[in-house]
Design a protein around this ligand. Structure first.
Ligand code: NAD
Length: 378
Protein backbone atom coordinates (compact mmCIF):
# COMPACT_ATOMS: atom_id res chain seq x y z
CA UNK A 1 0.00 0.00 0.00
CA UNK A 2 1.04 3.59 -0.50
CA UNK A 3 0.54 5.67 2.63
CA UNK A 4 0.41 9.45 2.23
CA UNK A 5 1.07 12.00 4.96
CA UNK A 6 -0.03 15.46 3.85
CA UNK A 7 0.94 18.85 5.20
CA UNK A 8 -1.86 20.07 7.47
CA UNK A 9 -3.67 23.09 6.01
CA UNK A 10 -5.80 24.33 8.94
CA UNK A 11 -4.55 27.69 10.19
CA UNK A 12 -2.41 27.32 13.33
CA UNK A 13 -2.02 23.54 12.94
CA UNK A 14 1.62 22.61 13.50
CA UNK A 15 1.31 18.86 14.07
CA UNK A 16 2.00 16.10 11.57
CA UNK A 17 0.29 12.70 11.58
CA UNK A 18 3.46 10.60 11.52
CA UNK A 19 6.92 11.71 12.68
CA UNK A 20 10.19 10.43 11.13
CA UNK A 21 10.92 7.89 13.88
CA UNK A 22 7.59 6.13 13.19
CA UNK A 23 8.11 5.81 9.42
CA UNK A 24 10.01 2.52 9.81
CA UNK A 25 6.97 0.96 11.54
CA UNK A 26 5.11 1.45 8.26
CA UNK A 27 7.94 0.51 5.89
CA UNK A 28 8.60 -2.69 7.89
CA UNK A 29 5.00 -3.64 7.08
CA UNK A 30 6.10 -3.32 3.41
CA UNK A 31 4.17 -0.12 2.79
CA UNK A 32 5.58 2.79 0.82
CA UNK A 33 5.37 6.13 2.63
CA UNK A 34 4.95 9.46 0.88
CA UNK A 35 5.26 12.69 2.86
CA UNK A 36 4.27 16.07 1.44
CA UNK A 37 7.10 18.59 1.13
CA UNK A 38 7.53 20.63 4.35
CA UNK A 39 4.78 18.66 6.09
CA UNK A 40 6.86 18.33 9.27
CA UNK A 41 8.13 21.92 9.36
CA UNK A 42 5.61 23.08 12.00
CA UNK A 43 6.90 20.39 14.38
CA UNK A 44 10.57 20.97 13.45
CA UNK A 45 10.94 17.80 11.33
CA UNK A 46 12.76 18.30 8.02
CA UNK A 47 12.12 16.54 4.70
CA UNK A 48 15.64 15.12 5.05
CA UNK A 49 14.67 13.38 8.31
CA UNK A 50 11.74 11.76 6.52
CA UNK A 51 13.83 10.58 3.55
CA UNK A 52 16.53 9.29 5.94
CA UNK A 53 13.78 7.29 7.66
CA UNK A 54 12.75 5.71 4.35
CA UNK A 55 9.91 7.94 3.11
CA UNK A 56 9.62 9.68 -0.25
CA UNK A 57 8.75 13.35 -0.56
CA UNK A 58 5.76 14.42 -2.69
CA UNK A 59 6.09 17.87 -4.24
CA UNK A 60 2.40 18.79 -4.03
CA UNK A 61 -0.69 17.75 -2.11
CA UNK A 62 -2.36 16.76 -5.41
CA UNK A 63 0.48 14.32 -6.19
CA UNK A 64 0.32 12.92 -2.68
CA UNK A 65 -3.45 12.36 -2.56
CA UNK A 66 -3.61 10.98 -6.10
CA UNK A 67 -0.94 8.34 -5.48
CA UNK A 68 -1.94 7.25 -1.94
CA UNK A 69 -4.13 4.30 -0.98
CA UNK A 70 -4.24 5.47 2.63
CA UNK A 71 -4.04 9.05 3.93
CA UNK A 72 -3.03 9.68 7.55
CA UNK A 73 -3.96 13.14 8.80
CA UNK A 74 -4.41 15.18 11.96
CA UNK A 75 -7.22 17.60 11.03
CA UNK A 76 -10.35 16.76 9.03
CA UNK A 77 -9.78 17.44 5.33
CA UNK A 78 -11.24 20.67 3.96
CA UNK A 79 -13.42 20.73 0.85
CA UNK A 80 -10.46 21.02 -1.52
CA UNK A 81 -8.61 18.14 0.15
CA UNK A 82 -11.74 15.98 0.17
CA UNK A 83 -11.86 16.38 -3.61
CA UNK A 84 -8.28 15.15 -4.02
CA UNK A 85 -8.62 11.61 -2.63
CA UNK A 86 -8.34 8.65 -4.96
CA UNK A 87 -11.76 7.00 -5.15
CA UNK A 88 -11.85 3.95 -2.88
CA UNK A 89 -8.91 5.08 -0.75
CA UNK A 90 -8.79 5.16 3.06
CA UNK A 91 -8.55 8.14 5.40
CA UNK A 92 -7.56 7.94 9.07
CA UNK A 93 -7.76 11.27 10.92
CA UNK A 94 -9.55 13.34 13.51
CA UNK A 95 -12.82 14.02 11.65
CA UNK A 96 -15.15 15.52 14.28
CA UNK A 97 -17.81 13.85 12.11
CA UNK A 98 -20.81 15.20 14.02
CA UNK A 99 -19.59 18.74 13.38
CA UNK A 100 -18.59 18.03 9.77
CA UNK A 101 -21.61 16.36 8.23
CA UNK A 102 -21.02 17.88 4.77
CA UNK A 103 -17.51 16.42 4.77
CA UNK A 104 -18.85 13.02 5.84
CA UNK A 105 -21.39 13.08 3.00
CA UNK A 106 -18.64 13.97 0.54
CA UNK A 107 -16.37 11.18 1.81
CA UNK A 108 -19.21 8.70 1.35
CA UNK A 109 -19.99 9.99 -2.15
CA UNK A 110 -16.34 9.63 -3.12
CA UNK A 111 -16.33 6.06 -1.72
CA UNK A 112 -13.62 6.87 0.81
CA UNK A 113 -13.33 4.48 3.76
CA UNK A 114 -12.86 6.90 6.64
CA UNK A 115 -11.86 6.17 10.23
CA UNK A 116 -12.28 8.84 12.89
CA UNK A 117 -9.74 9.04 15.72
CA UNK A 118 -12.52 10.43 17.95
CA UNK A 119 -14.61 7.28 17.46
CA UNK A 120 -11.95 4.73 18.41
CA UNK A 121 -13.78 2.92 21.26
CA UNK A 122 -12.22 3.79 24.61
CA UNK A 123 -11.72 0.17 25.62
CA UNK A 124 -8.58 -1.25 27.19
CA UNK A 125 -7.56 -3.02 23.96
CA UNK A 126 -7.57 0.32 22.10
CA UNK A 127 -5.70 2.37 24.70
CA UNK A 128 -2.59 2.62 22.50
CA UNK A 129 -4.77 4.12 19.73
CA UNK A 130 -6.51 6.67 21.95
CA UNK A 131 -5.50 10.01 20.44
CA UNK A 132 -8.21 11.88 22.36
CA UNK A 133 -6.43 10.98 25.60
CA UNK A 134 -2.99 11.82 24.21
CA UNK A 135 -4.08 15.23 22.99
CA UNK A 136 -6.05 15.94 26.17
CA UNK A 137 -2.92 15.18 28.18
CA UNK A 138 -0.88 17.71 26.20
CA UNK A 139 -3.74 20.23 26.33
CA UNK A 140 -4.18 19.96 30.10
CA UNK A 141 -0.48 20.62 30.62
CA UNK A 142 -0.41 23.63 28.28
CA UNK A 143 -3.59 25.16 29.73
CA UNK A 144 -1.88 25.53 33.10
CA UNK A 145 1.19 27.17 31.55
CA UNK A 146 -1.05 29.63 29.70
CA UNK A 147 -2.87 30.45 32.93
CA UNK A 148 0.44 30.94 34.73
CA UNK A 149 1.57 33.34 32.00
CA UNK A 150 -1.56 35.48 32.30
CA UNK A 151 -1.64 35.52 36.10
CA UNK A 152 0.17 38.42 37.77
CA UNK A 153 1.19 36.08 40.59
CA UNK A 154 3.54 33.14 40.94
CA UNK A 155 2.20 29.67 41.65
CA UNK A 156 4.43 28.38 44.50
CA UNK A 157 4.64 29.36 48.15
CA UNK A 158 7.69 31.57 48.64
CA UNK A 159 9.24 32.65 51.92
CA UNK A 160 11.94 35.22 51.34
CA UNK A 161 13.60 38.13 53.11
CA UNK A 162 11.19 40.29 51.10
CA UNK A 163 8.24 38.59 52.73
CA UNK A 164 6.07 35.53 52.25
CA UNK A 165 3.95 34.79 49.21
CA UNK A 166 1.12 32.27 49.55
CA UNK A 167 0.67 29.71 46.78
CA UNK A 168 -1.79 30.48 43.99
CA UNK A 169 -5.03 28.50 44.09
CA UNK A 170 -6.01 26.64 40.93
CA UNK A 171 -9.54 25.21 40.54
CA UNK A 172 -9.94 22.52 37.89
CA UNK A 173 -13.48 21.81 36.69
CA UNK A 174 -13.80 18.46 34.95
CA UNK A 175 -11.14 15.95 35.94
CA UNK A 176 -11.02 13.63 32.94
CA UNK A 177 -7.80 13.16 31.05
CA UNK A 178 -7.12 16.88 30.46
CA UNK A 179 -8.23 17.91 33.94
CA UNK A 180 -6.04 15.33 35.69
CA UNK A 181 -3.00 16.49 33.71
CA UNK A 182 -3.86 20.12 34.54
CA UNK A 183 -4.01 19.17 38.24
CA UNK A 184 -0.64 17.39 38.05
CA UNK A 185 0.98 20.31 36.21
CA UNK A 186 -0.38 22.96 38.58
CA UNK A 187 0.81 20.86 41.56
CA UNK A 188 4.30 20.59 40.03
CA UNK A 189 4.37 24.38 39.73
CA UNK A 190 3.57 24.63 43.42
CA UNK A 191 -0.06 25.77 43.33
CA UNK A 192 -2.74 24.73 45.78
CA UNK A 193 -5.14 22.74 43.63
CA UNK A 194 -8.80 21.87 44.00
CA UNK A 195 -11.01 20.06 41.52
CA UNK A 196 -14.50 18.77 40.82
CA UNK A 197 -16.02 16.23 38.44
CA UNK A 198 -19.48 14.62 38.71
CA UNK A 199 -18.23 11.08 37.92
CA UNK A 200 -17.71 9.28 41.27
CA UNK A 201 -14.53 7.44 40.23
CA UNK A 202 -12.72 10.74 39.79
CA UNK A 203 -12.61 11.68 43.47
CA UNK A 204 -9.85 9.18 44.33
CA UNK A 205 -7.87 10.13 41.19
CA UNK A 206 -7.96 13.80 42.18
CA UNK A 207 -6.84 13.01 45.72
CA UNK A 208 -4.05 10.74 44.52
CA UNK A 209 -2.55 13.72 42.68
CA UNK A 210 -2.44 15.66 45.94
CA UNK A 211 -5.36 17.97 45.07
CA UNK A 212 -8.45 18.64 47.13
CA UNK A 213 -11.75 17.28 45.78
CA UNK A 214 -14.47 19.90 46.21
CA UNK A 215 -17.56 18.20 47.62
CA UNK A 216 -20.85 19.48 46.19
CA UNK A 217 -24.41 18.68 47.22
CA UNK A 218 -26.02 17.90 43.89
CA UNK A 219 -29.24 16.16 42.83
CA UNK A 220 -28.78 12.38 42.52
CA UNK A 221 -28.44 11.59 38.82
CA UNK A 222 -27.03 8.84 36.68
CA UNK A 223 -23.84 10.71 35.75
CA UNK A 224 -21.77 8.20 33.80
CA UNK A 225 -22.19 6.25 30.55
CA UNK A 226 -21.04 2.65 30.18
CA UNK A 227 -18.01 3.93 28.26
CA UNK A 228 -16.82 6.03 31.22
CA UNK A 229 -17.99 9.37 29.80
CA UNK A 230 -20.11 11.89 31.67
CA UNK A 231 -23.82 11.96 30.78
CA UNK A 232 -25.56 15.23 30.00
CA UNK A 233 -26.78 16.67 33.31
CA UNK A 234 -30.20 18.21 34.01
CA UNK A 235 -30.66 21.97 34.36
CA UNK A 236 -31.38 21.47 38.08
CA UNK A 237 -28.04 19.68 38.48
CA UNK A 238 -26.13 22.42 36.68
CA UNK A 239 -27.80 25.21 38.71
CA UNK A 240 -26.77 23.49 41.95
CA UNK A 241 -23.27 22.91 40.60
CA UNK A 242 -22.98 26.57 39.59
CA UNK A 243 -23.96 27.58 43.15
CA UNK A 244 -21.26 25.35 44.60
CA UNK A 245 -18.66 26.67 42.12
CA UNK A 246 -19.72 30.27 42.87
CA UNK A 247 -18.91 29.68 46.54
CA UNK A 248 -15.30 28.74 45.61
CA UNK A 249 -14.62 31.39 42.93
CA UNK A 250 -13.81 34.37 45.22
CA UNK A 251 -11.05 32.26 46.80
CA UNK A 252 -9.20 31.08 43.66
CA UNK A 253 -6.72 32.66 41.24
CA UNK A 254 -7.02 30.35 38.25
CA UNK A 255 -9.84 28.21 36.90
CA UNK A 256 -9.14 25.57 34.27
CA UNK A 257 -12.38 24.24 32.80
CA UNK A 258 -12.45 20.99 30.83
CA UNK A 259 -16.05 19.78 31.24
CA UNK A 260 -17.42 18.13 28.14
CA UNK A 261 -20.23 15.78 27.14
CA UNK A 262 -19.36 13.64 24.13
CA UNK A 263 -21.20 14.84 21.00
CA UNK A 264 -22.98 17.67 22.86
CA UNK A 265 -22.48 21.35 23.68
CA UNK A 266 -20.34 21.84 26.80
CA UNK A 267 -22.24 22.61 30.04
CA UNK A 268 -22.13 26.21 31.32
CA UNK A 269 -20.46 26.06 34.74
CA UNK A 270 -19.50 29.75 35.14
CA UNK A 271 -21.97 32.52 34.32
CA UNK A 272 -21.10 36.21 33.87
CA UNK A 273 -22.43 36.94 37.37
CA UNK A 274 -20.01 34.34 38.73
CA UNK A 275 -17.06 35.90 36.85
CA UNK A 276 -17.87 39.19 38.64
CA UNK A 277 -17.29 37.40 41.98
CA UNK A 278 -13.71 36.47 41.09
CA UNK A 279 -10.65 38.27 42.41
CA UNK A 280 -9.34 41.03 40.11
CA UNK A 281 -6.55 39.62 37.97
CA UNK A 282 -7.83 36.04 38.06
CA UNK A 283 -7.59 33.84 34.99
CA UNK A 284 -9.95 31.31 33.39
CA UNK A 285 -8.60 28.96 30.72
CA UNK A 286 -11.61 27.35 29.08
CA UNK A 287 -10.62 24.12 27.37
CA UNK A 288 -14.22 23.49 26.30
CA UNK A 289 -14.18 26.66 24.16
CA UNK A 290 -14.67 24.78 20.89
CA UNK A 291 -17.77 23.03 22.27
CA UNK A 292 -19.31 26.37 23.28
CA UNK A 293 -17.30 26.90 26.47
CA UNK A 294 -17.84 26.17 30.18
CA UNK A 295 -17.84 29.91 30.89
CA UNK A 296 -20.67 32.01 29.50
CA UNK A 297 -18.22 34.75 28.40
CA UNK A 298 -15.72 32.52 26.60
CA UNK A 299 -14.90 33.38 23.00
CA UNK A 300 -13.21 30.49 21.21
CA UNK A 301 -9.64 31.21 20.15
CA UNK A 302 -9.64 34.63 21.87
CA UNK A 303 -8.24 35.99 25.10
CA UNK A 304 -10.60 38.58 26.54
CA UNK A 305 -10.68 40.58 29.75
CA UNK A 306 -14.06 41.03 31.42
CA UNK A 307 -14.77 42.25 34.98
CA UNK A 308 -10.99 42.24 35.65
CA UNK A 309 -10.74 38.55 34.79
CA UNK A 310 -8.76 37.18 31.84
CA UNK A 311 -10.71 34.50 29.96
CA UNK A 312 -8.85 32.42 27.41
CA UNK A 313 -10.96 30.43 24.96
CA UNK A 314 -8.42 27.68 24.40
CA UNK A 315 -8.52 26.07 20.96
CA UNK A 316 -6.18 23.35 19.70
CA UNK A 317 -3.67 23.55 22.56
CA UNK A 318 -1.78 20.45 21.31
CA UNK A 319 -0.70 22.51 18.26
CA UNK A 320 1.25 24.71 20.71
CA UNK A 321 3.31 21.66 21.71
CA UNK A 322 3.85 20.24 18.22
CA UNK A 323 6.81 17.92 18.82
CA UNK A 324 5.39 15.79 21.60
CA UNK A 325 1.81 16.14 20.36
CA UNK A 326 2.92 14.77 16.95
CA UNK A 327 4.98 12.05 18.62
CA UNK A 328 2.02 10.81 20.67
CA UNK A 329 -0.41 11.15 17.77
CA UNK A 330 1.97 9.23 15.46
CA UNK A 331 2.03 6.33 17.87
CA UNK A 332 -1.76 6.30 18.21
CA UNK A 333 -2.48 6.52 14.49
CA UNK A 334 0.10 3.92 13.45
CA UNK A 335 -1.20 1.53 16.13
CA UNK A 336 -4.73 2.02 14.78
CA UNK A 337 -3.56 1.51 11.20
CA UNK A 338 -1.69 -1.68 12.15
CA UNK A 339 -4.87 -2.92 13.78
CA UNK A 340 -7.07 -2.02 10.78
CA UNK A 341 -4.71 -3.70 8.32
CA UNK A 342 -4.64 -6.99 10.23
CA UNK A 343 -7.52 -7.89 7.95
CA UNK A 344 -7.92 -6.99 4.28
CA UNK A 345 -10.64 -6.15 3.45
CA UNK A 346 -11.30 -4.51 6.80
CA UNK A 347 -12.92 -6.67 9.48
CA UNK A 348 -16.10 -4.80 10.31
CA UNK A 349 -17.00 -7.41 12.94
CA UNK A 350 -14.09 -6.10 15.02
CA UNK A 351 -15.18 -3.59 17.71
CA UNK A 352 -12.37 -1.12 17.05
CA UNK A 353 -12.57 -1.19 13.24
CA UNK A 354 -16.36 -0.96 13.29
CA UNK A 355 -16.42 1.71 16.01
CA UNK A 356 -13.97 4.03 14.28
CA UNK A 357 -15.36 3.66 10.75
CA UNK A 358 -17.54 6.55 9.58
CA UNK A 359 -17.90 5.94 5.82
CA UNK A 360 -17.34 2.85 3.69
CA UNK A 361 -18.37 1.67 0.25
CA UNK A 362 -20.36 4.80 -0.54
CA UNK A 363 -22.33 4.74 2.75
CA UNK A 364 -22.23 6.48 6.14
CA UNK A 365 -21.82 3.40 8.32
CA UNK A 366 -21.66 5.01 11.78
CA UNK A 367 -25.21 5.08 13.15
CA UNK A 368 -24.84 8.22 15.25
CA UNK A 369 -23.41 10.16 12.29
CA UNK A 370 -25.90 8.70 9.79
CA UNK A 371 -28.73 9.75 12.15
CA UNK A 372 -27.35 13.28 12.37
CA UNK A 373 -27.14 13.49 8.57
CA UNK A 374 -30.68 12.19 8.22
CA UNK A 375 -31.96 14.77 10.68
CA UNK A 376 -30.66 17.32 8.19
CA UNK A 377 -27.64 18.67 10.06
CA UNK A 378 -24.96 20.54 8.11
P1 NAD B 1 -14.27 14.49 28.23
O1 NAD B 1 -13.21 15.27 27.56
O2 NAD B 1 -15.47 14.07 27.46
O3 NAD B 1 -14.80 15.33 29.48
C1 NAD B 1 -13.90 15.91 30.39
C2 NAD B 1 -14.42 15.77 31.79
O4 NAD B 1 -15.52 16.66 32.00
C3 NAD B 1 -14.93 14.38 32.18
O5 NAD B 1 -14.16 13.88 33.25
C4 NAD B 1 -16.37 14.63 32.58
O6 NAD B 1 -16.79 13.79 33.65
C5 NAD B 1 -16.31 16.08 33.01
N1 NAD B 1 -17.61 16.75 33.11
C6 NAD B 1 -18.73 16.58 32.36
N2 NAD B 1 -19.72 17.36 32.83
C7 NAD B 1 -19.23 18.04 33.89
C8 NAD B 1 -19.76 19.00 34.79
N3 NAD B 1 -21.04 19.41 34.73
N4 NAD B 1 -18.95 19.49 35.76
C9 NAD B 1 -17.66 19.11 35.87
N5 NAD B 1 -17.10 18.20 35.05
C10 NAD B 1 -17.88 17.67 34.08
O7 NAD B 1 -13.69 13.20 28.92
P2 NAD B 1 -12.26 12.49 28.79
O8 NAD B 1 -11.29 13.18 29.65
O9 NAD B 1 -11.91 12.34 27.36
O10 NAD B 1 -12.56 11.05 29.37
C11 NAD B 1 -13.37 10.86 30.49
C12 NAD B 1 -13.18 9.49 31.05
O11 NAD B 1 -13.32 8.46 30.05
C13 NAD B 1 -11.81 9.21 31.62
O12 NAD B 1 -11.53 9.83 32.79
C14 NAD B 1 -11.90 7.69 31.74
O13 NAD B 1 -12.64 7.31 32.84
C15 NAD B 1 -12.62 7.34 30.48
N6 NAD B 1 -11.60 6.91 29.52
C16 NAD B 1 -11.39 5.57 29.40
C17 NAD B 1 -10.40 5.13 28.52
C18 NAD B 1 -10.12 3.68 28.34
O14 NAD B 1 -10.59 2.88 29.09
N7 NAD B 1 -9.38 3.33 27.32
C19 NAD B 1 -9.64 6.02 27.80
C20 NAD B 1 -9.88 7.38 27.97
C21 NAD B 1 -10.86 7.80 28.83
Amino acid sequence: MKIGIPKETVSGETRIAVIPSMISTLTKMEHEVLVEKDAGAGASFSDQQFTDAGAKIAGSSKDLYQSSDIILKVQPPDEKEAGLFKEGSTLVSFLAPLDNLLLVKKLAERKITSFSMEFVPRITRAQSMDALSSMATIGGYKAVLIAANHLGKIFPLLMTAAGSIPPATVFVLGAGVAGLQAIATAKRLGAKVEAFDPRPAVKEQVKSLGAQFVEMELPEEDVETKGGYAKEQSDAFLVKEQEAIAARLPKVDVVITTAQIFGKKAPILITEEMVKMMRPGSVIVDMAAEQGGNCELTKANETIEKHNVTIQGAVNLPALVPVHASQMYSKNITNLLKHLLQATPYDFEDEITKGACITHDGKIVNEMVADAVQKGGK
